[in-house]
Design a protein around this ligand. Structure first.
Ligand code: HSE
Length: 304
């Protein structure tokens, strides 16, 4: 029988201010991966629809989706069938919105579906975390919701809580890219004890603010001393845009993942906040585009 597999994976925003490398949220913007088997001997071919057509490799040996598929097939002791892979990309690539996690999680799920369906959600999380190096994007991509994760010696654990529709997430992505590598290099080797305590209190307050739906307190929970002060300088006009979001009515704002996307949180005035952020970038000669999103509480799924 000709095999067809279709997977949909949400965008994610990692860190959430104070939860560096630990907290993340899944958002209602999706990449899709469609695998359709082709005749014997045709190998793997890739087609990209949507974002990243000029930058994402079409060579299956260099593409993150097909690399993850191959890796899982090998783990399952089988070869992938030949097939055509269509990537429908809506998550802005290389902007701190989880495009690489979506590629890894989606590729793992497609590869597993074609070679045995051996993996549980926990396995997808562990494999994807090991490939990505940190779990804060792959966890919400896999489980949906607001996730907090820990890494143990050879595994990772995640708790996910659902987030209601009353909270909106406004993401604004400038045309400039900030590589995760550069953003990690901008961080200091160590921080002082008081900064560590500051972040522990903020991130626990962040999670309890979500549990109790005290979104009015988000501005405090997003405060951070581990990465935002170092990374905001890599995004031209970044601090002004974060401030403009709050001035326009956002409950708080921060860097999404390692940037360059900035994210604001709101329960009203979403359109005005998005416009204020885009206009502030524009006032500094930087074009940007925005999305008004909700939390995705499902995570990556097989379709059909
Ligand atoms: N936690 C990672 C970082 C996420 O901030 O470097 C990368 O998107």
């Amino acid at each position: 029988m000709i095999q067809k597999v279709h997977v949909k994976v949400p965008a994610t925003s990692a860190n959430m201010g104070s939860g560096f490398d630990a907290v993340g949220i899944a958002l209602t913007l999706y990449n899709e991966i469609i695998f359709e088997e082709t005749p014997a001997g045709t190998g793997l071919t890739i087609e990209i629809k949507g974002l990243g057509q000029d930058t994402i490799p079409l060579d299956p040996k260099k593409n993150m989706v097909t690399e993850a598929m191959e890796m899982v097939a090998k783990r399952n002791g089988q070869a992938l069938p030949p097939g055509h892979v269509t990537l429908i990309n809506r998550i802005p690539p290389a902007r701190g919105m989880g495009s690489s996690s979506a590629a890894l999680v989606g590729g793992i799920m497609v590869g597993d579906a074609l070679t045995g369906r051996n993996l549980k959600q926990e396995d997808v999380l562990v494999i994807a975390s090991q490939l990505e190096g940190h779990p804060d994007n792959v966890a919400p991509a896999t489980y949906g919701g607001l996730t907090s994760s820990i890494v143990l010696t050879d595994t990772a654990l995640t708790n996910s809580i659902p987030v209601g529709n009353e909270l909106s997430f406004i993401t604004v992505s400038p045309e400039i890219e900030v590589s995760t590598e550069d953003a990690r290099q901008a961080l200091p080797d160590s921080i002082d004890y008081r900064s560590a305590v500051f972040n522990v209190s903020r991130v626990s307050f962040l999670l309890s603010s979500f549990f109790t739906k005290r979104y009015d307190r988000l501005q405090y929970s997003l405060q951070d001393k581990l990465h935002v002060p170092y990374r905001i300088k890599l995004i031209p006009a970044g601090q002004e845009v974060l401030d403009a979001a709050v001035a326009a009515g956002a409950l708080g704002s921060t860097i999404s993942g390692s940037g360059s996307t900035l994210i604001a949180f709101a329960t009203e005035r979403e359109r005005e906040i998005e416009e204020a952020m885009i206009e502030t970038f524009a006032a500094h000669g930087i074009s940007s585009f925005g999305h008004i999103l909700k939390a995705d509480n499902t995570g990556a799924v097989y379709i059909d």
